[in-house]
Structure formats: structure tokens, C-alpha cells
Write a protein that binds this ligand. Structure first.
Ligand code: GLN
Length: 250
């Protein structure tokens, strides 16, 4: 069955939203889908291109950036691609939105210079960066999420502190590290089949089960039926996660 399946990954703003090696997430989505026997196309959707309704995207990814890039991407999102992106999320097309991208899908983002950057209001979250002299939240992070029986490991580096609104469900709970704001123990958010998270790393190479979940859900949404795929073993990734977890405990 997998042979006839085709997956189009929409990679939003590959030039502007790509700090801390977040492109590695796209590489993992593409590779694991190919290993599961799926035909894959990766479409770069940058500031100059349109997100046409007829050119379907089955799975979305957007990485992190600093405030300056976020401000220009916000303009393009709010005036151009935002409503289609929202439609895709509401239609259960899965997405992974890391750090700056996560912030931009929220209600608003107050940058470190106090300027307000418009969000798409898809995730019910508010983010505020404290002054440039307040420490950033940086370091290894371990979380527990309903999406994975195993702990999820990543690396965070953000100034913004995010507060979940009443409608927002966390992506996970912090076992060690800072998460959304360093105080309430939540990390990221999950809405329908889309994940917002502060976990760089990038997150997917070291937590391939999240990639497998995104790929499977993307195909289930596209083909409207349960999909069962065989993904490669991830024992080595589990060993690396364990090493990071024990290092945090030491
Ligand atoms: N500019 C944001 C912050 O520092 C996002 C940083 C990032 O994407 N790594 O909060």
C-alpha cells in the first residue's frame, strides 16, 4: 500500500526561519517517509512564493528565528499566507512549528525591544520577551508528552516566555529544563494535529517517533483512512536520548 502513497512537505521560510539547524527536521521527515516506502516532495514556501490552494501541502514545517526575521515573516504571514495556513491546520493537516514559528502562530509576540509582532491566532498562546538583560532560557530540555511513550529530548534557546491561554493544551510537561516560560512546567502546545514547541536540537533526528507520528497523521488526513507504516528501528536514537537524560540527572 505504502508504494502508492505520496507526501508533500511544505517547508515555510527556509531562508528566514532556520536557526540552530532546524532544517534537520525536514531531512528527517523526508528520509523516514522514503524509508517507509512513500514518495516524497519537499516544497520550499518562502516570502516570495504563494501558498496556492490547489498545490496541496500534506505536512508543514517552520523553524525558529530571531526577532528581526520574525517581524518580516509575520508581515508576509498576516497579509498573505496566514489564512490558508490556518485552513490547513483546521483541516487536520499536521505541522511542526519550532520556537520563533511557534510564537508567530500565537496571538501576539512582544519582542525584546517591546515592539509587538502580530501572530496568526491559531495557537491560543501569548509570548513576551523580557528586556535584553534578562537571561534567555537556554539548555538541554527533557519533556513528557502524550504523543510519545518515551521522554522527548531537545535543546532550547529562547528569550520569549509563552503563556498558554484557556484553549491551549501543552505539547508536553517539563521533566528538566525551562519550557514555555521557566515557571509553569508546560512545554509547547498541540492543536489538532499541529505541534508548537521550543525544542530545537533539531527535535526530530533525536526523537524520530514524533516524525513518524507526523508522517502517519499527514497521510491519514490526506487519504482519509487509517495508515500503518513500517519505520526503521530507532535504538541508537533512544541510546542518545538516554545519555542526555542521565547527564541532566548527574
Ligand atoms: N526570537 C525568539 C526568542 O528568542 C525565538 C528564538 C528562536 O527561534 N530560537 O524568543
Amino acid at each position: 500500500m505504502a508504494k502508492e502513497l505520496k507526501l508533500t512537505i511544505g517547508w515555510f521560510y527556509p531562508d528566514l526561519m532556520n536557526t540552530y539547524g532546524d532544517y534537520g527536521n525536514v531531512a528527517v521527515l523526508e528520509t523516514r517517509a522514503i524509508w517507509a516506502g512513500i514518495e516524497v516532495e519537499v516544497r520550499a514556501i518562502d516570502a516570495g512564493s504563494q501558498l496556492e490552494k490547489d498545490k496541496h501541502v500534506d505536512l508543514m514545517f517552520m523553524g525558529g528565528a530571531q526577532d528581526r526575521q520574525q517581524a518580516s515573516v509575520s508581515q508576509d504571514l498576516v497579509s498573505n499566507k496566514g489564512s490558508l495556513l490556518k485552513d490547513l491546520i483546521e483541516a487536520d493537516v499536521p505541522g511542526l512549528f519550532i520556537c520563533g514559528a511557534y510564537q508567530l502562530l500565537g496571538n501576539s509576540y512582544i519582542a525584546a525591544d517591546s515592539s509587538s509582532i502580530d501572530g496568526l491566532k491559531i495557537f491560543d498562546i501569548e509570548t513576551k520577551s523580557p528586556s535584553a538583560t534578562t537571561p534567555r532560557l537556554i539548555g538541554d530540555i527533557v519533556i513528557k508528552s502524550d504523543l510519545s511513550p518515551e521522554s522527548i529530548v531537545g535543546f532550547e534557546n529562547h528569550g520569549g516566555r509563552t503563556i498558554l491561554g484557556n484553549r491551549a493544551k501543552p505539547f508536553g510537561h517539563v521533566l528538566s529544563g525551562q519550557g514555555n516560560n521557566g515557571t509553569d512546567g508546560t512545554e509547547g502546545t498541540i492543536y489538532r494535529r499541529s505541534i508548537g514547541s521550543y525544542l530545537h536540537g533539531p527535535i526530530l533526528p533525536i526523537n524520530p517517533k514524533i516524525a513518524d507520528w507526523l508522517i502517519t497523521k499527514a497521510l491519514e488526513t490526506k487519504y482519509g483512512q487509517p495508515i500503518s507504516l513500517t519505520f526503521p528501528d530507532d535504538t541508537i536514537e533512544a541510546m542518545i536520548r538516554q545519555k542526555i537524560i542521565s547527564k541532566k540527572r548527574a
